[in-house]
Structures are given as C-alpha cells and as structure tokens.
Design a protein around this ligand. Structure first.
Ligand SMILES: *Cc1c(COP(=O)(O)O)cnc(C)c1O
Length: 500
C-alpha cells in the first residue's frame, strides 16, 4: 500500500517516505492510494483490546512498510502512562442522554494535539531510518497555539531531530504562550511572528517550497520536515481514537452493533474531522460528521454552498486554535470525494493561491453534504454553552469543545436527529482558564487575576485538580524570547540551524 499526492505530480511513495517528506514535492498532500477498510469481524476483534493494542492494529493497515516491532515501539512510546494521565488514553464520558464526549486532552500539553504529536516523532525517526536517510531532521511548525507546544513536547531531546516553532504573537492565549516560551530541551526553538496564524503558516509553507533553502540545508546534513497536520503521520494516529470511541460505546452497552453514531468535531485546519472521515470510510457506522466552526466560519460556508472563500475578515476568538482561514486538510477531502481527481484538486488549490477562493461543482458538493453538516458558534454562544453545560451537567467544557456542543445543539434543532453522538473534546478547560472561569463564575470573579491565578480558582471552584502539564507555569523560567516579522522567518531559520 503506497501513498500518492493530491496534486498528482509526484510518484507514489511508501508510508515511511510520505511521513519523512511531510508534504509532497508538487505541493500536494499524501493520501493512501486506495481505500483501507475494516471488516465487521476485524472491528469486533478490536473490541476487547486496550487503546494501545487497537492503535497497533490500525497502524498496521496504514503503515504497510513498517514492521510489527517498529509499530509496537511507536505505539507504546507514544501512549505510555508517564505521558498520559488517563490509563484509557482517550476516555469516552457521558454528558447527557445519548451525547458523549471523547476526551482527547489527557496528554502532556492538555490538548488533543498530543494524541498525534506524541507519536509523530517516533514515526518520523523510524521512517528516516527505514528509508536509509542519514540527514538530521529539522522540523518547522506553524501553530495556532496547541500544535506548537505539543510538537515541542513530542520532539524535545529526540536524537536526530531539531524543532523550530512559529506562533502568531497576538493569536495565542497567555497559557499557550507560556507553555511554549518556557519549553525545555536541547533541540528546541520557539519564535513569535508578528501576524496571525495564516501568516505564520504561509511563512513556513514558503520555506518548504524554496528549493535553494533545501539545497543549503542538505549541504549541512539536514532535511526539513513538517509536524503540521499536513503530515500523514499526524493524521493516522487520529483515526485510531474515533475507532476506539465507537468500540468503547459498544463495550459499555451504550449502542448496539452497527448503530449509527454522529460525530461532532470543533474544526480549524480540518485535520481532526478528516480523521473521523477516514474512520467512516473504513466502515465505522458514523452517520453525520458535524463540522463545528467559530466565527472564522469559512468551512461552514463551504459545506453549505461549495464556495471556499478566504477573502474575509479574520476574527480573533476565544477558541484561538480554530482561528484559521486556510484549512489545509480540506485538500485531502476534495481528493477523496472526487475519486482522486488530482488535476481538478490542483486547479482548485491554484485558484485558492491566486484568488483566495474556489467553487466546487454541484456533484462534489452533494457528496460532501451527504456526510458533513456544518454551522458555527459566536463567542457569546460559546460562553453561554460553557455556563449552561456546567450548570446542567456539572461538566466543564473548554472553549473549543463548547463550540462543538453549541453547533451540535443547532444540528439537533435543525434536523431533529437524536442519534447517539460523540463530541470530540479537544482541550482541557484549564487550558483556556480565563474564558472558562468567566463563563462559569462571571466577569467580576475573574477581573484582575492573570490566567495562572485563574487555574487555581477554577480548580478550587470545580474540585478538579489542575492537570500536571499546566501546574507551576507561572513560575517557570522563560527560555525563548525571539520575535520576527513575517518576511524574517526564513532568515531566522537559517540562523537557528546554523546555515548562514
Ligand atoms: C487544533 C485544535 C482544534 C482544531 O483542530 P483541526 O485538526 O485543526 O481542525 C480544535 N480544538 C483545539 C483545542 C485544538 O488545539
């Protein structure tokens, strides 16, 4: 089983090569050349297994060129008890009625990115070795907040790798920023970029697209790779938890075999919900995939009209990890729903680059709308949802998960569909303490306190301990203070990697 580029101008490669390269040389994203399915028997055989054992079986299907021993090492290295505070790794928790939360934030940085980024460094170094590559891997990351910290934790002190993370100086929360600028490790760099996430991501993409830069790096025995969700090695670990969530519902008698389940995903770069789509394609009985956006609702408009148009105001919201106007992974969905029509995808992506927009044909839109439903939530709706959910269920939602819950409520109101539903819970409420505390306790209780003090206040109010990854943040020494203009990113990478 090989991987091919969504733009069709790259020869097929093995999984190891796809992961090592991150992005295809033609600018496209790697996807499996053919559909990978799970038979009902295979699915039932996973039911009694642990999260790690399920992960092993799923990875075996997608990483056909990896040995069992390599896969086992990656899985147990990533999902170990010293990294994840929950032994179930991704527990499924009942919210109310037939609505469940898939808690994806029990890893070291308290957001769902850990689910993939604890494994990616292992997949990447294994891939490098397997393909006979001797170069040191330099990982460049653009982050809207959570990816950066999760990638830093994943790659810190991993031999043969270095990592540079760029974050938008005004686009991340105080806690997210502090998590990154206090990062320890002998191979890590963190740089603030003046601009928003799309600026940081475009800067990284243009470094990747620069052939001269790659040549200079090669002279110094280095090679670029990406930890952003354009890397297939980020996506494949995410497929696992959707399969596992379904099996947990079955195990607990919450659903019957083959019973349809809706999945709600708070979405930014379209990576997480795309993993749910791949799980659905594998044969999981997922009914509707509900794409929940904040007021940067470019995806909602796309799913409802077929027009993707990034020419719009960029909003800073209280769910900053979803403040994105270019959802890179949508390219993979377009490739799948058009039956691997690379020239068509290539053309849409060219239009996006040149005009900031493209319109898909009505047939493609119809296929997308059979699977996806989308709406968005404003900041005010998000705050109300955090408050109401806490009052009604005693459960604290983070701002991103609250967007998911609110959009789910809109879905039920619009469709009347009350099928069993899993909402992907993408961050610990403590990670966005100031918004969550304001929603639950009111503005007066929060005024004058910084986010670190609010962690303790929130903990005391709700009787939940502050997660390990967020403790003592306020007193950790700051180690990274660099800030650059958008057009200074390439120069700073050269300097940090010592290639002049
Ligand atoms: C990254 C992130 C998202 C968005 O996920 P995508 O895969 O980019 O769609 C949602 N919530 C949180 C907390 C995140 O960190």
């Amino acid at each position: 089983m090989k991987y091919e580029s969504t733009r069709g101008k790259t020869a097929r490669v093995t999984a190891a090569e796809a992961i090592k390269m991150g992005i295809a040389p033609d600018g496209g994203l790697f996807v499996p050349e053919k559909k990978i399915g799970l038979t009902p028997e295979q699915l039932s055989s996973l039911q009694a297994l642990s999260y790690q054992e399920r992960a092993r079986e799923v990875l075996r299907l997608f990483l056909a060129d990896f040995t069992d021993e390599e896969i086992t090492r990656c899985v147990y290295g990533a999902y170990s008890p010293d990294k994840f505070e929950s032994p179930e790794i991704a527990p499924v928790v009942k919210l109310a009625g037939q609505v469940y939360l898939l808690e994806l934030w029990h890893g070291p940085t308290c957001a769902f990115k850990d689910m993939a980024l604890q494994m990616l460094p292992l997949l990447l170094t294994t891939s490098t070795r397997k393909t006979g590559e001797n170069a040191e891997i330099a990982v460049l990351v653009a982050t809207s907040g959570d990816t950066g910290k999760a990638a830093l934790e994943g790659f810190r002190d991993v031999p043969g790798t270095r990592i540079i993370v760029f974050y938008p100086d005004e686009g991340v929360s105080q806690i997210q920023e502090r998590q990154m600028i206090t990062q320890e490790g002998n191979n890590v760099h963190v740089v603030a970029v003046k601009g928003n996430f799309d600026d940081a991501q475009n800067g990284v993409k243009s470094i990747f697209g620069n052939a001269g830069f790659a040549r200079d790096l090669a002279h110094h025995g280095m090679k670029l790779s990406s930890a952003n969700s354009i890397n297939w090695g980020r996506l494949v670990p995410q497929i696992i938890y959707y399969i596992s969530a379904y099996l947990e519902l079955l195990n607990n008698g919450e659903i019957k075999e083959k019973e349809p389940v809706n999945v709600v995903v708070p979405t930014g770069n379209f990576g997480n919900i795309l993993a749910a789509y791949y799980a659905r394609e594998m044969g999981l009985p997922f009914k509707t995939l509900i794409c929940a956006a904040n007021t940067n609702n470019v995806l909602t408009d796309f799913i409802n009209t077929g027009l993707y148009d990034r020419n719009r105001a960029f909003h800073k919201t209280i769910s900053p990890s979803m403040d994105i106007l270019i959802s890179s992974n949508l390219e993979r969905l377009l490739y799948e729903v058009t039956g691997h029509a690379a020239p068509q995808v290539d053309d849409w992506m060219a239009q996006l680059r040149e005009t900031g927009r493209y319109q898909v044909d009505s047939q493609t839109l119809a296929i997308i709308r059979e699977v996806f439903w989308s709406d968005f939530a404003t900041d005010q709706e998000t705050m109300e949802t955090i408050r109401d959910t806490y009052q009604a269920c005693g459960y604290l939602l983070d701002t991103h998960t609250a967007v998911g819950k609110r959009v789910y409520d809109k879905y039920v109101a619009a469709t009347g569909d009350r099928s069993t539903t899993v909402i992907a819970s993408t961050a610990s409420p403590f990670k966005f303490a100031s918004s969550v505390a304001t929603a639950v306790l009111g503005a007066d209780a929060v005024r004058g306190r910084d986010e670190f003090a609010l962690l303790d206040l929130l903990s005391a109010t709700c009787g939940i301990p502050v997660p390990g990854g967020l403790q003592d943040l306020g007193s950790k020494p700051v180690r990274h203070l660099r800030k650059v203009e958008r057009d200074g990113m390439a120069a700073v990478v050269r300097e940090l990697l010592g290639i002049g």
